[in-house]
Design a protein around this ligand. Structure first.
Ligand SMILES: Cc1ncc(COP(=O)(O)O)c(C=O)c1O
Length: 407
């Protein structure tokens, strides 16, 4: 086999499955959230898990352009990556930090979430010994019971906020049930947080940026807005209240596309795909499309859901395979190999929206977007044009950083 001396740029090789990331939609959604909150309230875009699978570099830079004030990641490595490419918005690492992270927080100018007093004191000591500084937000547990200081642990909260070197710019909590209308827990959590904010205010210890709400809280509980909101799902354009069409002027950021690879007919009595869970009742024209669970498309259910071809719904037949899914195209018999398939595109039809596809599989839109596999190519819409990453990099002034630091 004769290989080229330099490997080809695999990004230039056509791929049968891809996602389209509409960065204009992201900016539109930022503007919508902006219209729902007081002018002084900041917007944090969660870009953790590679922006829920939408691509954290492109989304972060577009969000900066679109008016986001802060970015949120889960792990320090995600924040470091953004800094390495030149992102200069403040970045809050929402997950707990450990002593081995301290130096990186300082070097990469990331904001740390502090979840317990031991870490707070160890970090403060580190900063004192090294003569350095770091911004932090105090994580408060008001009922999610995931991590953070207990909202009534006033002694430790005061002790942390009074530390000399760790600069507590903010304090936050996370609501567990805001997407369940009428669930009393949401109000209880907001009340606990509000009480703490008031106590600290009275004592002159209130951090400048108090925040509480992700998407559902932001939209349904204005009293939870405080100084910043963190609405991930809404900013990515999906309905946080479930698979019901939303009247909000938000637009989905991700579309998932595939290609027809094969078209054939199956006779009555023949079954399709692993396990033979779908059997033809009559002669049926099948299109085999290139997407499968190896691309992140969910396998859980069989004979469930649709894709869209030439503006028509085509039911999925049998099990989704690793690299293929079979669909019924009997009603559009002249479909051709190579044609584009809309796998997820809420703008075309709600039945193939991210919310509906998630519900078919008893999951949530977050899981579908964040599982999209790396082998799918990303195309970006920016200023109403479909562009490639190379163009965006120039447009956003993203630093050329050759080494991909995470393996
Ligand atoms: C701490 C925190 N803030 C904000 C968000 C964003 O939530 P949503 O995407 O539901 O708005 C999350 C999501 O997991 C989170 O863990």
């Amino acid at each position: 086999m004769k290989l080229l001396a330099t490997p080809p740029d695999l990004n230039k090789i056509a791929r049968p499955n891809w996602i389209e990331i509409n960065l204009d939609a992201l900016c539109n959604n930022i503007q919508f959230i902006r219209s729902q909150i007081p002018a002084s309230t900041k917007i944090l875009l969660p870009v953790k898990a590679d922006s829920y699978g939408h691509g954290s570099l492109a989304c972060s830079f577009a969000a900066k352009f679109g008016g986001a004030d802060y970015l949120g990641v889960a792990h320090i490595s995600e924040g470091m990556l953004l800094r390495q490419y030149g992102m200069d918005l403040p970045i809050l690492v929402l997950g707990p930090c450990t002593p081995s992270d301290f130096a990186y927080f300082v070097e990469y100018q990331l904001t740390a979430a502090i979840t317990d007093i031991r870490t707070a004191m160890a970090f403060d000591q580190f900063l004192g010994e090294t003569g350095t500084e770091c911004k932090a937000h105090l994580a408060i547990d008001t009922g999610m019971n995931r991590y953070g200081f207990d909202a009534e642990d006033f002694n430790n909260i005061r002790a942390a906020l009074s530390l000399k070197h760790l600069k507590f710019e903010g304090m936050f909590t996370h609501l567990a049930t805001a997407d369940m209308p009428g669930n009393p827990k949401t109000e209880i959590q907001i009340q606990r947080f509000t009480r703490l904010v008031d106590v600290l205010e009275a004592e002159g210890l209130r951090p400048e940026i108090c925040h509480c709400s992700s998407s559902a809280g932001t939209l349904t509980h204005p009293e939870s807005h405080f100084d910043m909101v963190r609405p991930g799902l809404t900013l990515y354009g999906y309905n946080c209240m479930g698979a019901i069409p939303t009247t909000l002027p938000i637009k989905p950021v991700m579309k998932i596309k595939s290609t027809i690879r094969h078209v054939h007919d199956v006779k009555p009595g023949e079954t399709v795909s692993y396990g033979g869970y779908w059997a033809a009742q009559q002669l049926t024209r099948i299109a085999t499309i290139a997407i499968g669970y190896g691309d992140g498309y969910l396998r859980g259910e069989y004979n469930k859901g649709f894709v869209f071809i030439r503006g028509q719904l085509c039911p999925i037949l049998g099990r989704v395979c690793m690299d293929a899914t079979m669909v019924d195209v009997s009603h559009i018999p002249d479909v051709q190999v190579g044609e584009t398939v809309d796998v997820v595109n809420g703008e075309l039809d709600f039945r193939i929206s991210m919310e509906s596809v998630a519900e078919e599989h008893h999951t949530i839109p977050y899981e579908i977007t964040s599982r999209v596999a790396r082998r799918l190519y990303r195309k970006y819409y920016w200023k109403n044009r479909l562009v490639r990453w190379d163009y965006l990099k120039e447009e956003f002034g993203v630093k050329d950083f050759k080494e991909y630091p995470l393996r």
